[in-house]
Design a protein around this ligand. Structure first.
Ligand code: RB5
Length: 153
């Protein structure tokens, strides 16, 4: 695996799983920064996901991991940022494909959906898998064109 710097964030719904994921990253010796939240108090997930996604898009981090109750809200927000391809994953197959096919640069997880053991396995698969390029690159490039155009039709 190439050396990565990873941004990690959660709302209150993902707060406990974020702590477990951070311990896992530490054990693996992976460089990370915790971008909040820093208490279990209720916080609106866009306030965490949007700044984190912007910093990944700017290149301050190679990848991001964002956790909320379902992984859905934070993925919707992160995907508003041009250059971000956030994938909500609750299984290892999707996590691998999100890297190999979609070049996902943010993984989102749902603390209320999956247990900590599965979350760590999903993360490991996602960190190891590489974008396959080729026909997948053609497709990802079409996403970039859509982002650039702001085209909806
Ligand atoms: C918070 O209750 C919950 O709505 C949030 O963590 C997330 O699941 C939203 O998608």
């Amino acid at each position: 695996m190439e050396l990565l710097k990873i941004a990690v964030g959660s709302d209150h719904g993902g707060f406990n799983l974020k702590k477990i994921i951070i311990e896992h990253l530490k054990e693996k010796g992976i460089d990370y920064e915790d971008l909040g939240c820093f208490t279990p108090d209720s916080v609106d997930y866009p306030d965490i996901a949007f700044p984190l996604a912007k910093r990944v898009a700017k290149g301050e981090f190679d990848r991001g991991i964002i956790i909320c109750g379902t992984g859905i809200g934070v993925s919707i927000v992160a995907n508003k940022v041009p250059g971000i391809r956030a994938a909500v994953c609750s299984d290892c197959f999707s996590a691998k494909a999100s890297r190999e096919h979609n070049d996902a640069n943010i993984l989102t997880l749902g603390e209320r959906v999956i247990g900590p053991g599965l979350a760590k396995e999903i993360l490991d698969v996602w960190l190891e898998a590489e974008f396959q390029g080729g026909r997948h690159e053609t497709r990802v490039n079409k996403i970039k064109i859509i982002e650039g155009d702001g085209a909806v039709n």
